[in-house]
Design a protein around this ligand. Structure first.
Ligand code: HEM
Length: 184
């Protein structure tokens, strides 16, 4: 089913979630790998281009996810969760959404403050609102790195919590995002 139900996430929310998760890991490790390459390495600029394009894609996914989250009904949290746990989980989702917006925005500032225009696989360019500014570029680079490390730490916690729900609490939290809860 395309839409969410009171029991679980629908196909659109699930696809956006799992594609964003895959893109996030690819972007994180690609980012670490390419930043370590020597400036003269011939593969560096291709990898940076790929990172920028996939980064624009995850930003697009995040905007669509936020729209879809506002528009759709949300599945009820498992009954095993206390009101405090539900509040903490919701705050964590809010922080993750914020990071999925601010990391690409900082990436955009790195590229534009360096005098370049971010392109999406050569198909279109993002508008360039920022003129060349080395200090701003350096600040954006530090922020991008710091936010990316914060995000991978929180995503690690998020995965551990999902596994705890599934294997220890034996509730439906993970199954809701896999579309495996029986509807009846
Ligand atoms: C959720 C999305 C993203 C994640 C998780 C991510 C992650 C990373 C990481 C981990 C690094 C390496 C930081 C370091 O160790 O120095 C990096 C570097 C970089 N990222 Fe991203 N990134 C994302 C989106 C973007 C976007 C949208 C852009 C541009 C529009 C971008 C542009 C860059 C650039 C230019 C660098 C290289 C800085 C250098 O020259 O070393 N990133 N990114």
């Amino acid at each position: 089913m395309t839409h969410n139900t009171p029991k679980q996430y629908g196909a659109v929310a699930r696809a956006l979630h799992w594609w964003s998760a895959a893109l996030f890991f690819i972007l994180f490790f690609l980012g670490l790998y390419m930043s370590d390459l020597d400036d003269k390495d011939p593969s560096r600029s291709t990898l940076v281009q790929l990172h920028i394009s996939l980064g624009i894609l995850i930003l697009g996914f995040t905007l669509v996810r936020i729209y879809w989250k506002i528009k759709e009904i949300q599945p009820s949290p498992p009954t095993t969760m206390t009101p405090l746990q539900i509040k903490l989980a919701k705050s964590m989702y809010g922080i993750l959404y914020l990071l999925l917006l601010t990391i690409p925005i900082a990436g955009y500032v790195i590229v534009t403050a360096d005098g370049h225009t971010p392109s999406f696989f050569g198909l279109f360019d993002l508008p360039n609102f920022i003129s060349k500014n080395e200090a701003l570029g350096d600040l954006a680079e530090d922020s991008h790195e710091f936010l990316a490390y914060t995000a991978i730490t929180l995503v690690g916690g998020h995965i551990l919590m999902a596994l705890k729900h599934h294997f220890i609490d034996k509730d439906e939290a993970l199954l809701q995002m896999l579309g495996k809860v029986e509807e009846k």
